[in-house]
Write a protein that binds this ligand. Structure first.
Ligand code: A1EHT
Length: 101
């Protein structure tokens, strides 16, 4: 992957450092620790920052906890709902931790 996209509604949280992970399916897991990536909005493909990947870890949907929710600036209930909307029925996720460049 040479760039990563996020829904526009998460832009402010990412730029403020309130959202420091993203949970993706296997098709969007192809990043490695240390890599720097430009971040674009999904809707308009507009660049808004660069991030550095800190880690990529496999996690189960049922294993998500308040820790991941906090890292997403959401409640666990909100996070699970968001993931179900984006990836209906998903059980296996990739937790991508990042920092702003
Ligand atoms: C193609 C594309 O952009 N896809 C996605 C997929 C996920 N996410 C966010 O990651 C977290 C867990 O899934 C939540 O905050 C999601 O909303 C996103 O912003 N954009």
């Amino acid at each position: 992957m040479h760039k990563i996209t996020f829904f526009e509604r998460f832009e402010a949280d990412i730029l403020a450092g309130r959202k420091t992970i993203t949970l993706r399916d296997e098709s969007e897991s192809g990043v490695i620790a240390g890599q720097t990536l430009p971040v674009h909005t999904l809707e308009a493909d507009r660049w808004f920052c660069d991030i550095r990947i800190i880690a990529v870890q496999e996690v189960e949907f049922d294993g998500l906890s308040d820790k991941e929710a906090h890292q997403e600036n959401m409640t666990l209930e909100q996070l699970k709902q968001v993931i179900q909307e984006i990836y209906p029925g998903i059980t296996h996720l990739y937790k991508i931790s990042f920092e702003l460049c």
